[in-house]
Design a protein around this ligand. Structure first.
Ligand SMILES: Nc1nc2c(ncn2[C@@H]2O[C@H](COP(=O)(O)OP(=O)(O)O)[C@@H](O)[C@H]2O)c(=O)[nH]1
Ligand SMILES: [Mg+2]
Length: 201
């Protein structure tokens, strides 16, 4: 299984979706929740992880409250795409509507075994990022911080950003994994291996 996930995504498909707390399904697979603010590179990362550029739902209007999308990978694990937060034109960055849908999912019967929290490698975590980090850790959900768009920085600046992100979140630097949807020299398999390790697949 470890080999399957880290070396090859054989199948990936949209299995289910939920637009309100009552629609959240109870699916019998380990779930990896994917969270991040709008524009952090969530759709791009999911498409790269699944090697399916066209599979991932892209919202045409950023910040518009969207649903939760459940992608089944290798008939073994769900990547769960949660709505983005922190869109500046929204009345409140982490809105109560966002929070009630996301918390209903996190607290649901088949909630996540792992959360990937995406942070743009070029910027320190925002207030919203810190609030969402608290939402994850407050539930004792194991997390991996994914530093997105790592191709935008040189290797040495990458290291520096990772130490700022880890310091601000109060997490060890080993928990922060750089990733890129544009540069394959930053291998996405490193992230898959960390996921498989965390889920003990
Ligand atoms: N250079 C670079 N740009 C990226 C990367 N990931 C996403 N982007 C760009 O960032 C913007 C937002 O990406 P998107 O995946 O739609 O973000 P989302 O709103 O979090 O789903 C788009 O213009 C992407 O092309 C990356 O790894 N490297
Ligand atoms: Mg998106």
């Amino acid at each position: 299984m470890l080999v399957d996930l880290s070396m090859n995504v054989h199948t990936a498909r949209l299995l289910d979706q939920a637009f309100g707390p009552k629609q959240i399904p109870n699916l019998p697979y380990p779930q990896v929740a994917v969270l991040g603010r709008s524009n952090v590179g969530k759709s791009s990362l999911l498409a790269t992880m699944m090697r399916r550029k066209k599979l991932v739902k892209v919202s045409s209007r950023p910040g518009k409250t969207r649903g939760i999308f459940f992608y089944l990978v290798n008939d073994a694990l769900l990547l769960v795409d949660l709505p983005g937060y922190g869109f500046s034109r929204a009345p409140k960055a982490v809105s109560s509507q966002w929070q009630s849908l996301v918390e209903a999912y996190l607290d649901s019967a088949a909630g996540p075994s792992l959360a990937l929290h995406l942070i743009d490698i070029r910027h320190p975590p925002t207030k919203d990022d810190l609030a969402v980090h608290d939402i994850i850790t407050g539930r004792q959900i194991p997390g991996i911080v994914v530093a997105t768009k790592a191709d935008k920085l040189s290797r040495s600046r990458r290291m520096r950003s990772i130490s700022v992100i880890s310091r601000d979140l109060g997490e060890p630097p080993e928990l922060v994994v750089p990733a890129s949807a544009k540069d394959s020299s930053i291998p996405i398999n490193d992230l898959w291996e960390r996921i498989a390790e965390s889920l003990q697949l």
